[in-house]
Design a protein around this ligand. Structure first.
Ligand SMILES: Cc1cc2nc3c(=O)[nH]c(=O)nc-3n(C[C@H](O)[C@H](O)[C@H](O)COP(=O)(O)OP(=O)(O)OC[C@H]3O[C@@H](n4cnc5c(N)ncnc54)[C@H](O)[C@@H]3O)c2cc1C
Length: 437
């Protein structure tokens, strides 16, 4: 038997949870189908190493308006990640050690040069395609731009490593426009951009924010329901799950990441530009891993060139508890090169910075191998912004796409997922209103 709803939402990450709350509170009948056995999507607060660790999205900031508004609404607190006493970075194969202030002074010229024109190209981050000349630079990757800048070789190598971490991707896949968009979202100030993206986390975990939003929703959320097919015609849409259940809907909101959309058959087929984006894939293919190191280690942050398995590492939890071990978090640009759960590989990468550390355990989630994400945080390849964003946001008939991958300003962040969930819910509501008028 086919159940009927006003709206079927595919996915229960932040975009899906937000859209479900908004539409169910407006009185629509909403069914939410989530493939995994948990909600939260690419955020996942999980108990590992005896702590609540974030496997995915973590840091939030008051400059991210949609996330911050939800943090206020659910009366949550944030805590700052620890401040490092020391920065270690690798250039020309050598490990350098500097104070955080000296390191910041070192990277400032490169960041300023790369990001100087952020507000020229993105004067209004919430209208990312508003500059008619964007096509002039959208084909460039950050390597093209760094090649034009007057930087010492070691500073160029350092900068490229930093951006490979920001992109969760090898540098040749990193669109210059995406770097400029990040900076424009932070009002053109790269230091604010840095603070916004890696300083504060929700004290009770991202899970508490997801639970807050879900508690305010009356949508029927069903976990473990993998959507395999979505068809539509003049009579409406039909959503089919892997176990052959069928659901009829007047509107469908799909919050599946672009790189995982190939897991669903659309009938009729997706429009050519969306199909091309799915086939090409977004840039994001990196890793995040948690590392348990024996004993107390003075906090430090570390950077490495893009060719290293890990390009950024930071002490995240100082030695506490009965075992007195220290926990680090680290990122790398390519999970095909280094698996986040590969103890030997991660140890090898960490030892490039400090070979005296005894790595006891590593843990992470392989988001790229996961069929329901196939990417970490969404980042664009050269040309994808001007080629695909408008088509992705326009949707496909009765099917609309929502999520961080489809967001306007802080695309790639929790904020973008919430923004897109809110906007898509508003569009669906407006559509229903125009039909009943
Ligand atoms: C390692 C990592 C680190 C990150 N760090 C940060 C950070 O510090 N700060 C920040 O703001 N953001 C960060 N992000 C990004 C942020 O987590 C995401 O942008 C955001 O959570 C995406 O939300 P979403 O709802 O758009 O997509 P998702 O969370 O991916 O939700 C989509 C949902 O759809 C489900 N789904 C997929 N396919 C199907 C199907 N066929 N049928 C049914 N359900 C399906 C998925 O299981 C998932 O639950 C990070 C992400 C990762 C992976």
């Amino acid at each position: 038997m086919t159940e009927s709803y006003d709206v079927v939402i595919v996915g229960a990450g932040f975009a899906g949870l937000t859209a479900a709350r908004e539409l169910s509170r407006r009185g629509y009948s909403v069914l939410q189908l989530e493939a995994r056995d948990r909600m939260g999507g690419r955020t996942w607060t999980d108990e590992r190493f005896g702590r609540q660790l974030e496997m995915g999205g973590t840091w939030v900031h008051w400059l991210q308006p949609h996330t911050w508004s939800e943090i206020t609404r659910y009366d949550l607190a944030v805590v700052a990640s620890p401040t490092a006493q020391q920065v270690r970075w690798i250039a020309g194969g050598q490990v350098r050690v500097e104070s955080p202030a000296d390191f910041r002074a070192r990277i400032t010229p490169g960041h300023n040069a790369l990001l100087r024109d952020a507000l020229k190209w993105f004067p209004r981050p919430y209208e990312p395609l508003s500059n008619p000349d964007l096509g002039e630079i959208d084909g460039q990757c950050i390597l093209d731009r760094f090649g034009q800048l007057d930087l010492a070789d070691e500073d160029r190598e350092l900068q490229i490593g930093i951006w490979a971490e920001h992109f969760s991707a090898p540098p040749e896949l990193c669109a210059l426009t995406q770097a400029l968009r990040w900076c424009a979202a932070a009002s053109g100030d790269w230091q604010l951009m840095d603070d916004s993206t890696s300083t504060y986390r929700i004290a009770t975990g991202t899970r508490s924010l997801a639970e807050g939003i879900h508690a305010d929703s009356t949508a029927d959320l069903r976990l473990g329901q993998v959507v395999r097919r979505i068809s539509q015609d003049a009579a409406g849409a039909v959503v089919v799950t892997a176990d052959s259940r069928t659901y009829a809907a007047r509107q469908v909101i799909v919050t599946v990441p672009v790189n995982a959309l190939a897991g669903i058959d659309f009938e009729p087929a997706l429009p050519p530009l969306i199909g091309a984006a799915v086939a090409e894939r977004l840039a994001s293919r990196g890793l995040k891993t948690w590392i348990k190191v024996r004993g107390e280690v003075e906090p430090f942050t570390a950077y490495a060139p893009a060719s290293n398995g890990l390009t950024w590492l930071r002490s995240e939890f100082p030695a506490t508890g009965p075992d007195g071990d220290t926990i680090f978090v680290a990122f790398g640009p390519d999970a095909a090169v280094l698996d986040p759960n590969d103890l030997a590989g991660v140890t090898n990468a960490v030892h490039r910075w400090r070979d005296d550390l005894e790595i006891l355990e590593v843990t992470g989630h392989h988001w790229v191998a996961d069929e329901f994400s196939r990417e970490t945080w969404p980042m664009l390849q050269p040309g994808q912004l001007t080629s695909y964003l408008a088509a992705l946001q326009a949707g496909h008939g009765l099917v609309r796409f929502a999520g961080s991958d489809y967001a306007t300003a802080w695309a790639g962040f929790i904020d973008g997922a919430i923004e897109s969930g809110l906007r898509t819910a508003a569009t669906v509501h407006r559509t229903f209103q125009s039909i009943t008028r």
